[in-house]
Design a protein around this ligand. Structure first.
Ligand code: FES
Length: 201
């Protein structure tokens, strides 16, 4: 996975835009010029951008914080970041599409991250991923239509002795096997249903 935190720490040069995916994102953003989506948390976003102004290499941290704010990177926010930081929009699009960490699609209520680090991979992580893909009917990086689950791939959560590991939100599920997947998913569905039907005290 292209993790911006890793690359930033290693001072790897930010890629310039140019691939097909960045071209698609650029086209998409151009289209929003006639239909600017409403953006919530605008003051928080402006504060995030302002903190990065005048700082070399600020783009990735600003994008990370923006994604933390919204759960994804709204197209209008990307344009605002580019304009305010005076960075060519093509460069912003290139960074967003290069790092798999970034997403321009709203994420699900829950995010399942399947570890495919070495220990998890050799102990069946790939089969666990395949099982989740089949049950959720989505691929890594995607979100179910009902926005309940997003699926991602991770590279070691520091629990190698418990491999294979799946993290759902902040909860580590250890020694997962494909037979556990139904149980895992139902567990989250049941919990949400219980929350929704809970009587106010
Ligand atoms: S390889 Fe999966 S937790 Fe370390």
């Amino acid at each position: 996975m292209n993790d911006p935190a890793d690359c930033a720490a290693l001072h790897i040069r930010v890629p310039s835009a140019g691939g097909a995916s960045s071209h698609i994102l650029k086209e998409s953003l151009m289209a929003t010029e006639t239909h600017v989506e409403e953006l919530e948390h605008i003051e928080e976003l402006d504060a995030i951008i302002a903190a990065g102004q005048g700082t070399a290499g600020a783009l990735i941290p600003v994008l990370q914080k923006t994604q933390q704010l919204y759960g994804y990177l709204p197209q209008t926010a990307l344009r605002r970041i580019a304009e305010t930081l005076k960075i060519p929009f093509s460069e912003v699009a290139g960074v967003v599409t290069f790092y798999s960490y970034f997403t321009t699609v709203p994420r699900g209520e829950h995010t399942a991250r399947v570890c495919l680090g070495t220990a998890c991979y050799v102990r069946g992580g790939k089969e666990v991923l395949r099982g989740l893909e089949e049950k959720l009917a989505i691929s890594p990086g995607d979100t179910t239509e009902d926005r309940h689950f997003s699926l991602e791939i991770g590279r070691c959560f520091g629990a190698c002795g418990l491999a294979p590991v799946v993290m759902v939100d902040d909860v580590v599920h250890q020694r997962v096997n494909p037979n556990y997947i139904n149980e895992l998913l139902v567990q989250y569905a049941v919990r949400d249903d219980a929350d929704e039907t809970e009587e106010p005290s």
